[in-house]
Design a binder for this molecule. Structure first.
Ligand SMILES: [Zn+2]
Length: 198
């Protein structure tokens, strides 16, 4: 489930649509949480889909650590990639705002954490653009992503969290334990699916 203060907007014919903030979203805000309405497709279920639907599922899914393709039931599936994204998936599965997001600003994240089946060219034109996101980006960039998340996580307890009622209670408890110095940090490396994709 995506943060409620968001809307879908057409960007252009090439990129298509994107998700934009309709209100100020401060850094540390959860911008996506996994919820039970998400569509989870096993490899078998994915393969059994009719071709046009399978293409849609492939385009809009992310792949979790168990190898399930997750297609969001709401706007979350339309979030675009930027190498200098303003939100990022954490090892706990939720996404968190890395910076203050202004009303009208596009919400972006990094597809490198999504267990891509193949390389995907990106055209974000951001400074230091990686130009392509790769299936093994988690191996390359996990330290950088963890550092970004660890820096912003303490803010999580200080800002309004509209998605908190939808976050799995054990995930929240685990995060709070870490922030209290009583539990381990969960690296984004746990998001990696070890199963090879065809
Ligand atoms: Zn880029």
């Amino acid at each position: 489930m995506i943060h409620p203060h968001t809307e879908l907007r057409k960007i252009n014919d090439h990129i298509g649509v994107g998700v934009f903030a309709t209100a100020y979203i401060p850094r540390g805000t959860l911008t996506y949480v996994f919820d039970p309405l998400e569509i989870e497709l096993s490899e078998t279920a994915f393969s059994a889909l009719p071709e046009p639907i399978r293409q849609l599922a492939d385009k809009y899914c992310y792949v979790d650590a168990k190898g399930l393709r997750v297609v969001s039931w709401d706007l979350a599936k339309y979030i675009n990639h930027r190498c200098d994204c303003n939100t990022l998936s954490s090892g706990w599965g939720f996404e968190i705002a890395l910076r203050d997001i202004q009303p009208g600003e596009e919400i972006t994240d990094d597809y490198g954490l999504f267990n891509l089946a193949r390389e995907m060219p990106v055209t974000c034109n951001c400074p230091n653009c990686r130009l392509v996101v790769r299936p093994d980006d988690l191996d390359r960039y996990h330290e950088l992503w963890d550092a970004q998340i660890m820096e912003v996580l303490p803010k999580m307890l200080e800002v309004e969290q509209p998605l908190l009622p939808y976050l799995e209670p054990e995930v929240y408890a685990d995060t709070v334990r870490y922030l209290a110095g009583k539990g381990p940090y969960t690296s984004v490396q746990v998001l990696k699916c070890e199963r090879a994709f065809v």
